[in-house]
Ligand binder design. Structure first.
Ligand SMILES: CC(=O)SCCNC(=O)CCNC(=O)[C@H](O)C(C)(C)COP(=O)(O)OP(=O)(O)OC[C@H]1O[C@@H](n2cnc3c(N)ncnc32)[C@H](O)[C@@H]1OP(=O)(O)O
Length: 137
């Protein structure tokens, strides 16, 4: 799992109990996972088909920096399934985990599911090449 993005918990992200609102966390997860899926499939014509079980393990508080870890679980003909872990950047404590987020590539005109043409093997190679090109050392 690669931690690809961070966000700062701001006052307007809080719930009535002064911790990160679950609905905001879901919005962030959908967006972060969509960006990840778009980059993996190299297409922005994707829609969220399914978000499976999600568990909230620990609260995030105002001023916390949270980071998003993303991973490809499955690659189908028209779909990709990803998981997303949200954790505290400093303590590494898990805030929530969404195991099963499915995106489907759609035709921009008909809005019907269409093949994305990628396999899991292709995506593994693509990621290795991308990480190499970032020259992170
Ligand atoms: C980023 C966003 O927030 S987008 C906004 C929210 N999302 C939307 O508005 C999407 C609304 N939904 C739709 O338009 C339609 O359901 C579509 C076009 C996505 C898919 O239509 P369907 O008739 O379900 O397509 P179809 O049966 O061909 O399935 C497409 C893929 O989804 C998968 N799928 C279908 N139902 C489910 C499900 N309940 N759970 C998980 N995967 C599913 C299928 O296995 C298939 O994957 P594969 O081709 O890789 O094997």
């Amino acid at each position: 799992m690669r931690f690809l993005s961070r966000r700062l918990v701001m006052p307007n992200d809080l719930n009535y109990a002064y911790s990160l609102f679950g609905g905001r966390a879901l919005q962030w997860i959908d967006e972060e996972a969509a960006i990840y899926a778009i980059c993996q499939l190299e297409s922005n014509c994707l829609v969220t088909k399914h978000i499976g079980e999600i568990s909230f393990e620990a609260p995030a508080m105002q001023g916390d920096v949270v980071e998003f870890g993303l991973e490809t679980k499955e690659v189908g003909r028209t779909s990709i399934t990803v998981s997303c872990l949200v954790r505290n950047k400093v303590t590494k404590k898990t805030i929530c985990f969404a195991d099963d987020i499915v995106f489907v590539k759609v035709d921009p005109k008909s809005r019907k599911a269409v093949a994305h043409g990628k396999t899991k093997e292709m995506l593994v190679k693509q990621t290795i090449d991308e990480v190499k090109s970032l020259n992170l050392s």
